[in-house]
Design a binder for this molecule. Structure first.
Ligand code: NAX
Length: 313
């Protein structure tokens, strides 16, 4: 049997945490034959709720779950972890300026970064989910200089999956047959969902999404704004922000990173290729991501559309 992998979830008493921990314990993140030990961190006001989540994990009798730590101690939470999913953070409340949230998150991510740096397993893979995800990832990177840059990522897979979902609905095809959309930028409403290279697997082979959609107007406006504004639409409908889709996408992100992307498929990840955190298309093999490049696939005209005279390739 495999040795258990230790997975940290911060903010585990929150709503994404509540959806995420059972997925991890069921093997959705690391595979159906991979035992796990969950490390759940939250803050003292949420300690009792966190303990309730631990009780439910015990009650669910997950065969792969070999242990649960529920703690408000950041060092205990980070010790020995192989995967860290950073969901906890300070939400922006009514009347708060962006910079107020930022300074709260700087101090949170600073202390969690140094705990990870000192106490996590070597080669720990970090996924930042808490918003602003790219900035929090950057803070974490700054305060954990000995964690390799390539091990610090943030979540844009939810946006990627939302784009797949929209294409699948528009074309009335299975979402599992749609692939290779790209999310450029940040997890925010300025992100750029791109279907230029996306394809659908059909009985007659791979077909280009722009050719199948035949609706340039929709691709250029409706599709992009639906994906960009999807988070807000969920809040309006549920009176709560996305949780099950965020948790599921976090599992997809880690699974593909650790287990590899299928041949010919890429996914979107917020990565740090040059000191900035930005979402790119990546393929993963042997636990490492590589930004997709190739013939007819220059990223720069897409990344910096305003700086390019030629537009997107
Ligand atoms: P909740 O408010 O339900 O949960 C957050 C949890 O974090 C709470 O239990 C809170 O006590 C805890 N927490 C606060 N400070 C902490 C600290 N210093 N250490 C450990 N835990 C701490 O929020 P939820 O809906 O679960 O969302 C979590 C985060 O994900 C938010 O920042 C949210 O904006 C972000 N999201 C990011 C997405 C993405 O695609 N990157 C999409 C979904 C989500 O909106």
């Amino acid at each position: 049997a495999k040795d258990p992998v230790r997975v940290l979830v911060t903010g585990a008493a929150g709503q994404i945490g509540y959806a995420l921990v059972p997925m991890i314990a069921r093997g959705i993140m690391l595979g159906p034959d991979q035992p796990v030990i969950l490390h759940m961190l939250d803050i003292p006001p949420a300690a009792e709720a966190l303990n309730g989540v631990k009780m439910e994990l015990v009650d669910a009798a997950f065969p792969l779950l070999k242990g649960v730590i529920a703690t408000t101690d950041v060092v205990e939470a980070c010790t020995g972890v192989n995967v860290a999913v950073m969901v906890g953070g300070f939400p922006r409340k009514e009347g708060m300026e962006r910079k107020d949230v930022m300074s709260k998150n700087v101090s949170i991510y600073k202390s969690q970064a140094s705990a990870l740096e000192k106490h996590a397993a070597a080669n720990c893979k970090v996924l930042v989910v808490a918003n602003p995800a790219n900035t929090n990832a950057l803070i974490l990177k700054e305060y954990a200089p000995s964690i390799p840059e390539k091990n610090i990522t943030c979540l844009t897979r939810l946006d990627h999956n939302r784009a797949l979902g929209q294409i699948s609905e528009k074309l009335n095809v299975q979402v599992s047959d749609v692939k290779n959309v790209i999310i450029w930028g940040n997890h925010s409403s300025t992100q750029y969902p791109d279907v230029t290279h996306a394809t659908v697997t059909t009985p007659a082979g791979e077909k280009s999404v722009p050719e199948l959609v035949k609706d340039d107007e929709w691709l250029k406006s409706g599709f992009i704004s639906t994906v960009q504004q999807r988070g807000a639409a969920i809040i309006k409908a549920r009176k709560l922000s996305s949780a099950l889709s965020a948790a599921s996408s976090a599992c997809d992100h880690i699974r593909d990173w650790v287990c590899g992307t299928p041949e010919g498929t890429w996914v979107s990840m917020g990565t740090v290729p040059a000191g900035l955190i930005y979402s790119f298309p990546v393929t993963c093999r042997n636990g490492e991501w590589t930004i997709v490049q190739g013939e007819n696939f220059s990223i720069f005209p897409v990344v910096f559309p305003l700086m390019s005279s030629q537009g997107r390739s």
